[in-house]
Design a protein around this ligand. Structure first.
Ligand SMILES: Cc1cc2nc3c(=O)[nH]c(=O)nc-3n(C[C@H](O)[C@H](O)[C@H](O)COP(=O)(O)OP(=O)(O)OC[C@H]3O[C@@H](n4cnc5c(N)ncnc54)[C@H](O)[C@@H]3O)c2cc1C
Length: 342
């Protein structure tokens, strides 16, 4: 049995784990490490410190399928719809402009439920708060070092974190990359933005009719969404939550500032846009240094093989494109590479 480590419990890593289990079954022992406290990555759902408020999706908001992907990834969409993880989007979204989109879906249990669905299907051993710092070749296996705790040895390693975080790893990943691979990875670029989650008490009332809105009249705020309106989930007596995404230029301008210092700037702008907004119980601010991919790895099948034996492969939305279908493409491509080398 091969011991496979997947670094990153985002959508790419979780789906890769699930596909490996379905294809290779008992031939693999799959372990997933993530540095965060919860699974989801950029599809994370934040809980309110006070359980009386609805959770809030800090990153991805909808799953939007083009006609081509609705067809080629139909099995994934059917599985998620049947499991109740996805349901059709059915609320007012002001300013939404979409070309060539057949279907929009939301996640009634939060975006992270999508990632958790595949993790649970994978039967992988998931370890959170495991921050990988280095990957070293040791004969026919890989020694993986982490910030806290003992290093461990694996027969294969899959890296699914954003590319700059792959390039920061110590050990043999950098030296094993060819000049061309290094150039390709160096060229990957991400947008940056801040996200604010506001959690309200159960009696909070909003004066506007929309579930989400794209904002054009502010330099700071680009998008606002309210749950459970947007995802049509059961409020279960909880108060609503609101997510605010800043514009990319605002994100870039304030990127090196402490998020707690940026929080009041975004809040002030929000109350200018929505003066009647009730007082939240609590507010969280998140900095997405690596938000959506602006420049992907060129001429890429969906993954990059750093070494065939022992296998070390990289994947994620940077190797395809930055959305659900991009991650599915990358996970399928990683599966193909692992199947041929394990
Ligand atoms: C604000 C925002 C809005 C978006 N909106 C949409 C949308 O509406 N629809 C859509 O389809 N997509 C959207 N996206 C894009 C989508 O979220 C991403 O394409 C997708 O989540 C990427 O998944 P991934 O698994 O490739 O990477 P990630 O989700 O980034 O997963 C990588 C994981 O690796 C972990 N990690 C990083 N470094 C280490 C380390 N050293 N050791 C251990 N673990 C590590 C991270 O904690 C993370 O969990 C949005 C993204 C953002 C940020």
């Amino acid at each position: 049995m091969s011991r496979v480590l997947i670094v990153g419990a985002g959508l790419t890593g979780s789906l890769c784990a699930c596909l490996l289990r379905r294809e290779l079954q008992s031939k693999v022992h799959i372990v997933v490490w993530d540095k965060s406290r919860g699974a989801g990555g950029r599809m994370s759902t934040s809980r309110s410190p006070d359980p009386s408020s609805h959770p809030a999706d800090l990153g991805a908001q909808y799953i939007s399928a083009t006609p081509a992907y609705a067809q080629s990834h139909q099995s994934f969409y059917s599985e998620l719809l049947a499991a109740g993880v996805l349901k059709p989007l059915d609320c007012i979204i002001e300013g939404l402009k979409q070309k060539d989109i057949s279907y929009n879906y939301v996640t009634p249990l939060g975006m992270s439920s999508l990632v958790k669905h595949f993790l649970s299907e994978s039967g992988a051993d998931l370890f959170l708060e495991r921050h990988v710092t280095g990957v070293y070749r040791r004969g026919a296996s890989w020694e993986v070092k982490r910030k806290v705790g003992e290093s461990e040895t694996f027969d294969a390693v899959v890296l699914t974190m954003p590319v700059p975080q792959i390039l920061q790893l110590e050990g043999d990943v950098g030296p094993l990359l060819s000049v061309q691979q290094k150039q390709q990875l160096d060229g990957v670029a991400y947008s940056s933005r801040f996200a604010l989650a506001l959690f309200f008490p159960p009696d909070a009332v909003f004066s506007f009719p929309w579930g989400a809105r794209y904002v054009s009249e502010s330099d700071c705020i680009r998008y606002i969404a309210v749950d459970p309106r947007k995802c049509r989930s059961d409020p279960a007596g909880r108060g609503p939550s609101m997510v605010v995404h800043t514009s990319v230029p605002f994100g870039v301008e304030h990127l090196e500032e402490d998020k707690e210092e940026v929080k009041p700037v975004i809040l002030q702008e929000l109350y200018k846009l929505l003066p009647d907004l009730p007082q939240p119980i609590s507010i969280k601010c998140h900095k997405w240094r690596y938000s959506q991919v602006l420049t992907t790895v060129p001429d890429c099948p969906g993954h990059m093989t750093v070494l065939n034996q022992p296998p070390l492969v990289c994947g994620g939305d940077a190797f395809t494109h930055s959305n659900f279908d991009g991650c599915v493409e990358s996970a399928l491509s990683l599966l193909g590479a692992l199947k041929s080398s394990l």
